[in-house]
Design a binder for this molecule. Structure first.
Ligand SMILES: [Ca+2]
Length: 716
């Protein structure tokens, strides 16, 4: 039995559960009429069904009444479960905002298309966002003439090409980035900037009501990603007054934001009821990830928080209501995923899913309705990071796989240790690690994860850097130690990931090339001294060491009121010295790694001109053809850098050739192997190096990243 009717309140012993269930009869009074009066057959639904997806932001599993919240009243959210199906094992695909939304709105694991980190809010970069090749739910619904509106927080890319009305939505009201003020919010209506005078959550509710009322006579899809209760924590007094029982002021503020959200859900339901649409509308309610680790949030009884692959990061409040089609007051205990929304909605709307790509969700209606036995599902999570082998500040990869009742997970606090195995139905809080006693299950789950992993691609960008030391200047005897120099080559150029050059792994690079000559160069041969100075301030300096040539050097950090210790560097006549810094990922008051590489001509850029074969068979090597921008200097070495683990470890094969054409081979791989590769140059022998942290800092130029899959042994 995959679904269970909620027990009556009398049979519940724990106080929070009792409270939650007591709420349900109360709210049933509001919306029970249409729930009980009409027993609509499945065939009367389908094409024309309205779709409403209400997404909360950072709302904890235990912070809604239907999951036992003891102190925040959420009667309207609870009514969705009371009049529909409470998914006790409802998941999102990622433990934080943007990738989770990318999975939800495409119906595909976001690791299939590299959307694995928050995109930097850079409106000028048309590549930092949900890849344009992906189809969003409104685009899928278009053939069925749905009118589609997005109201709330977007967070799927800041550049214009990523905006909702460029991605299939007919209407948008909300903000593009990760968060917004709740008072006097700067929003967009479609593409027109507006300043909102209402409390933000109320404004989104108002717009949702308006959307429903304006489109009541046509099939519609309303995507309503509230920003509540995500930071900043702001609420008006009228909502604070609704939770007078909460004494902790932080919890009370958070609770007030949840109450506002709950009121919004109520307004949506009232609008649907007023338009007599409740039995024609499929409604999903969920959060985009678990609550963050704060004293005033509650993922109970789950362990872990946002940014972790423990249940507290990925299992969320989740309810589905479709009055007349789904039963009421049912708790569904099998895994459900936000990936299922696209698949389920397409089926409900009577539109086919595109056949040119993999969809990872299920149409869950037959299972939620108890008409079919739920299949045993396997779900995956991964947040990729380089860990200690990456540049300064790199996070570790965390991942999880759930198959049936078992979950294998590497949690944030236990990276580097073997993954833990939990039996979730018996151990919802992930306390009892069964890995030692069930090695066979560990092996099979590990294999499932490896297989899924091989169907993913490298992440397109890294987390936003917090290195806030720019502009960065090479202040030396060559420019009078001018810390404010904005001219090349002394002002270091930042290459933003993902760019065409300098970005093998999506890290930003800080680069400059200095031409040394007795006459007409940037500076003269001989010994020079300089410091690297950030933000035009002596508070941010790096210096005091002798700079290695054709190698990297760690420069100590110095902060003061005047120029501190300087580096010394020896420069030879007629050469070009390329300065390379891989931008750290964390705020830096520590040493900075500078590589300097010397060439007898300006460094070449490298690109791929071909790959043979395009899809290799097992035991077939791949030959990559390489073009350089001009004949390379004698000092430059060209490498094919390839990896089977997204450059956690790399193999470096020196390319052979001459002039501007070179080639190198990736050796044969087993069936189904995914190899990612790039073409890089250096003046150093990179062949002995393996880890990203070493290799990245010694790269002079690089191509984009490419990927190739070894096909199955048996090919049709
Ligand atoms: Ca979030």
């Amino acid at each position: 039995m995959k679904t269970t009717t909620l027990p009556s309140p009398d049979s519940i012993s724990c106080a929070p559960c009792r409270l939650a269930l007591l709420l349900i009869p109360l709210v049933l009074g509001c919306f029970a009429l249409s729930a009980t009066a009409q027993a609509v057959s499945p065939s009367s639904h389908g094409s024309g069904t309205n779709i409403v997806v209400i997404l909360a932001d950072d709302l904890g599993y235990g912070d809604v009444g239907f999951n036992g919240c003891p102190d925040i009243p959420t009667p309207n959210i609870d009514s969705l479960a009371a009049n529909g199906v409470l998914c006790t094992n409802g998941y999102v695909t990622h433990p934080f905002c943007s990738p989770s939304r990318a999975g939800l709105i495409t119906g595909r694991y976001q690791q299939r298309f590299g959307h694995e980190n928050q995109p930097t809010e850079d409106a000028s970069n048309p590549r930092l966002g949900l890849p344009m090749e992906e189809l969003l739910l409104p685009q899928i619904l278009k053939p069925a003439s749905y009118v589609c509106g997005a109201i709330g927080k977007w967070h799927l890319g800041a550049a214009l090409n990523f905006h909702p009305i460029q991605r299939g939505f007919d209407e948008f009201f909300g903000f593009i980035d990760a968060q917004s003020d709740y008072f006097n919010a700067h929003l967009l209506r479609d593409e027109t900037p507006v300043i909102e005078t209402e409390y933000l959550t109320d404004a989104f509710s108002r717009e949702a009501e308006s959307f429903i009322n304006r489109h009541a006579t046509e099939p519609f899809f309303l995507y309503l990603p509230y920003s509540a209760p995500h930071a900043p924590y702001e609420a008006p007094q009228k909502y604070l007054d609704r939770v007078p029982n909460i004494t902790d002021p932080d919890r009370r503020l958070y609770a007030a934001m949840v109450v506002a959200l709950d009121d919004g859900v109520g307004r949506v339901l009232q609008a649907l009821q007023a338009q007599n649409l409740l039995d024609k509308t499929l409604i999903f309610f969920l959060s985009d990830n678990g609550a963050p680790e704060r004293a005033f949030t509650r993922n109970y009884p789950l362990r872990g928080y946002k940014f972790d692959t423990l249940e507290g990061g990925i299992r969320v409040p989740f309810a589905v209501q479709w009055i007349g089609r789904l039963p009421a007051q049912v708790a569904y205990d099998e895994p459900v995923s936000s990936l299922d929304i696209v698949t389920t909605v397409a089926a409900a709307a009577g539109v086919p899913l595109p056949a040119d790509r993999v969809y990872d969700g299920l149409n869950v209606i037959p299972y939620l309705a108890g008409e079919q036995v739920s299949p045993k599902r396997t779900l995956f999570w991964r947040w990729f990071g380089f860990g200690p082998d990456g540049p300064s500040g790199s996070v570790d990869t965390i991942w999880a796989v759930r198959s049936g009742s078992l979950k294998l997970v590497t949690e944030r606090a236990a990276v580097g240790q073997p993954p833990a195995l939990y039996n979730l139905p018996n151990d919802i809080s992930e306390n009892e690690n069964l890995a030692a006693t069930r090695p066979g299950d560990v092996d099979s789950l590990t294999q499932l994860y490896a297989q899924w992993n091989s169907g993913t691609v490298p992440r397109l960008w890294q987390m936003r850097t917090d290195f806030q030391a720019e502009p960065l200047v090479l202040a030396g005897d060559w420019n009078g130690f001018n810390r404010d120099d904005s001219t090349l080559p002394w002002a270091v150029t930042r290459i933003t990931a993902p760019g065409v050059n300098g970005t093998p792994d999506g890290f930003n690079w800080l680069t400059s090339t200095v031409h040394v000559a007795m006459m007409g160069g940037d500076t003269t041969p001989g010994m020079h001294s300089f410091a690297v100075i950030g933000r035009g301030s002596y508070l941010n300096q790096w210096g005091g060491v002798t700079i290695n040539i054709d190698n990297s050097t760690s420069m100590p950090f110095f902060s003061g009121n005047s120029l501190g210790p300087t580096n010394t560097i020896s420069l030879e006549d007629g050469f070009y010295y390329s300065f390379r810094i891989v931008e750290p990922l964390l705020p830096l008051r520590a040493s900075l790694v500078l590589a300097v590489m010397k060439t007898s001509a300006p460094p070449v850029s490298v690109s791929r001109s071909g790959q043979t074969p395009a899809t290799p068979a097992p035991n077939e090597p791949v030959v990559v053809s390489i073009l350089t921008s001009q004949p390379k200097a004698v000092e430059e070495r060209i490498y094919l850098r390839w990896s089977t683990d997204f450059f956690i470890s790399s193999h470096l094969v020196e390319a052979v050739g001459s002039g501007m054409t070179y080639s190198a081979a990736i050796p044969a791989q087993p069936a189904r192997t995914l190899v990612v590769y790039s073409i890089v140059t250096s003046t150093t022998d990179l062949s002995p190096f393996v880890t990203s942290g070493t290799i990245d800092s010694l790269i002079l130029a690089t191509s984009d990243i490419f990927e190739t899959h070894w096909r199955n042994r048996h090919r049709n």
